[in-house]
Design a protein around this ligand. Structure first.
Ligand code: IMP
Ligand code: MG
Length: 179
């Protein structure tokens, strides 16, 4: 285990199982209809890469990048769009792929932006959910795992751009960000 990790929350094997269960639900709901997966960079790329390989409908891939965190462990509250989608979304089924829902502000902003582009439907899938921290009223269709109010890293999730490559998800030791 990495020295900055206080506790492993989800092992690589546990993550794999969660991803497969999510894919199974999504495959059943989407019933083979063509879909555009919209991956929210950068944190969701590991999750999206694993999830997409288990999806059975025709699925294309696009990215959005938003920022609200900076180097802190608390959201600044202002969500900026750093990169937008590049394909036509009108009339399409959209599946937003997110790593973690915290305040919910990021997803609310993305969801509203995408709805303005007249898609057929917009569904949201997140690997992790921290409901204790929710401020924005956003409905998430698929949740992999509900986690306690702790700052977690690994499997794409970062603190100051570090730890994304850990194969598990762990709670970051407070000593890393408290001074
Ligand atoms: P929200 O807008 O507050 O819901 O923030 C969502 C974004 O904040 C996620 O996409 C992550 O990039 C980041 N985030 C929230 N909680 C954590 C965490 O525990 N570890 C790492 N990143 C997090
Ligand atoms: Mg992040």
């Amino acid at each position: 285990m990495h020295k900055d990790i206080k506790k492993i929350l989800l092992s690589a094997d546990e993550i794999k199982k969660i991803v497969s269960e999510l894919a199974e639900k999504i495959n059943a709901d989407f019933k083979g209809q063509p879909t555009v997966a919209i991956v929210l960079l950068k944190g969701s790329m590991f999750f999206a890469a694993d999830l997409m390989r288990e999806l059975t409908m025709p699925v294309s891939l696009d990215f959005m990048k938003l920022s609200s965190y900076g180097n802190e462990t608390n959201s600044s509250g202002i969500v900026k769009i750093l990169l937008d989608t590049s394909v036509e979304l009108e009339g399409k089924n959209l599946l937003i792929i997110e790593d973690i829902v915290d305040s919910g502000r990021t997803l609310l902003k993305v969801q509203n932006m995408l709805k303005d582009r007249s898609p057929k439907c917009v569904r949201i899938c997140t690997l992790l959910d921290k409901p204790d921290r929710r401020e924005a009223d956003v409905y998430v269709d698929y949740v992999g795992s509900v986690i306690p109010n702790e700052f977690v890293v690994g499997y794409g999730l970062d603190y100051a751009e570090q730890y994304r490559n850990l194969p598990y998800i762990g709670i970051l030791d407070e000593s890393v960000y408290s001074n």
